[in-house]
Design a protein around this ligand. Structure first.
Ligand code: SF4
Length: 257
């Protein structure tokens, strides 16, 4: 059903020009670097367990998606090449991003997240159905700690570790002002990078909670945390649109100052 060109899939979509001096040049440089990175990500096979699983799911498919040509590969980051906010999720869902090939696209978590981003003014539409649906993000780039769908949505520590270098390169290219971690695993993944770089002494000093915020040395992106928008959380009311709206409003104010 949906199978946009590979080039289009790897191209992080920017938005209307940001109108700042030098922004066109920076946009072009970031796009070029993200293209190289995303080509590497999509070809990655460092985690044998995940390679086997993502391909098995893509072959067998869910009954409701039988007509789809599943992506079945690592899912590259998606969003604004001049993003100020990097949103860090856990991993692609087996029948969500592993099917559509775009972060948080085609599952309930994505429905919740993009609706919240649209309401907060970070996305041009509230829905995210497939790679050619016209979705554009404004000042936001979405990515994950682990870019292959894991069994039971649980990547192993070594798989998160294998994938860390890709996140580090996204941070280096985009130089965002803030990182929003969706859940504790993403929160810890970002802190681990800061620890390995000597920015912080210990992850234990920074407790994860919905609405948590951590500030580091100047020049280091500020960390915000929210509970993951999993179906289990959103259906039980542990996570509500109002909770996301409050945090996104706070982040917007931070970015604008
Ligand atoms: S999880 Fe990351 S490191 Fe492992 S195979 Fe997928 S893209 Fe590669």
């Amino acid at each position: 059903m949906e199978c946009g060109s590979l080039a289009a899939a790897f191209l992080p979509i920017g938005t209307a020009p940001h109108g700042e001096a030098g922004s066109t040049k920076r946009m072009a440089e970031n796009l070029a670097q993200l293209r190289v990175l995303n080509d590497e990500v999509v070809a990655c096979a460092k985690c044998p367990r995940l390679v086997k699983y993502r391909e098995k799911v893509a072959r067998e498919k869910r009954r409701a998606y039988r007509a789809w040509e599943y992506w079945g590969k690592p899912v590259p980051g998606f969003g604004d090449a001049q993003a100020q906010l990097l949103i860090l999720g856990l991993a692609p869902a087996a029948h969500g991003a592993n099917r559509t090939g775009r972060m948080f696209t085609g599952d309930r978590s994505g429905d919740f997240l993009y609706a919240a981003l649209h309401k907060a003014g970070f996305a041009n539409q509230p829905t995210s159905l497939h790679r050619d649906d016209g979705l554009q993000l404004d000042r936001v780039y979405t990515t994950a700690t682990c870019r292959c769908a894991p069994p039971d949505n649980q990547p192993l520590p070594r798989e998160v570790s294998n994938c860390r270098a890709y996140l580090e390169r996204e941070l280096e290219i985009l130089k965002p002002k803030a990182v929003l971690a969706l859940g504790k695993i993403a929160w810890d993944a970002y802190l681990e990078i800061l620890k390995q770089r000597g920015v912080i002494a210990s992850r234990a000093l920074y407790k994860f909670a919905h609405g948590a915020e951590a500030e580091f040395a100047p020049g280091t992106p500020r960390l915000f945390g929210v509970y993951h928008p999993s179906q289990q959380n959103t259906q039980t009311g542990r996570v509500t649109p109002a909770m996301y709206a409050k945090v996104l409003h706070k982040i917007r104010r931070f970015l604008e100052n």
